[in-house]
Design a protein around this ligand. Structure first.
Ligand code: ZN
Length: 194
């Protein structure tokens, strides 16, 4: 899988221009290789544009005898907000009730990475993860809770240093059945105060 379609030379030129605009000298020693590093970092941080959840899963779906709720907690999330192109990061908790098909644990984390490695807003990222899990497993219900800190809030603007944004998405039985939703939320809330 190709990591990027980005034209790195062009991005390097743009970063050099950007350095001038913020009052820097792109030719000073510490900055000479910075445009190249930024281009490579950007290509990596936006690698999700070249990936699809379905390809990431790559048929790592296993038969399971039960239809119990599967919950994966504290999955790391690193993404960039589409409003400021600044990072937001934290973790998410994912639960689903399968119809006899479960995903390998590492594949769930890779779905998160694939959808997070783009310009995102936290609400949409949460929804996209829930839908991808449902679509890949044909789960009867999916719940996703995400808690992130946003550098665009911490370093600028309102400077709410410790604000954690929580978002959630519930599909299928997690949406329709209050008891199922409550079971999921009680499992994930036990990890909230680490
Ligand atoms: Zn932002």
């Amino acid at each position: 899988m190709k990591e990027t379609n980005m034209n790195e030379e062009k991005v390097e030129r743009l970063i050099r221009e950007l350095l001038k605009e913020i009052g820097e000298d792109p030719n000073r020693e510490g900055l000479v290789r910075t445009p190249m590093r930024v281009a490579k970092a950007l290509a990596y941080l936006t690698r999700g544009y070249q990936m699809k959840p379905h390809e990431v899963v790559n048929q790592a779906i296993f038969e399971s005898g039960s239809d119990n709720m599967v919950v994966l907690r504290d999955i790391d999330v690193y993404s960039m907000c589409e409003h400021h192109m600044l990072p937001f990061f934290g973790h998410c908790h994912i639960g689903y009730i399968s119809r006899g098909k479960v995903l390998g644990v590492s594949k769930i984390a890779r779905i998160v990475d694939c959808l997070a490695a783009r310009l995102q807003i936290q609400e949409r990222l949460t929804n996209e993860i829930a839908r991808a899990i449902r679509d890949e497993t044909n789960a009867e219900g999916v719940g996703v809770v995400m808690e992130c800190q946003h550098l665009c809030m911490m370093m600028r603007g309102v400077q709410k240093q410790n604000a954690v944004m929580s978002t959630s998405a519930v599909l299928g039985s997690f949406h329709d059945d209050a008891a199922t939703r409550a079971e999921f939320l009680s499992i994930v809330s036990s990890s909230h105060h680490r």
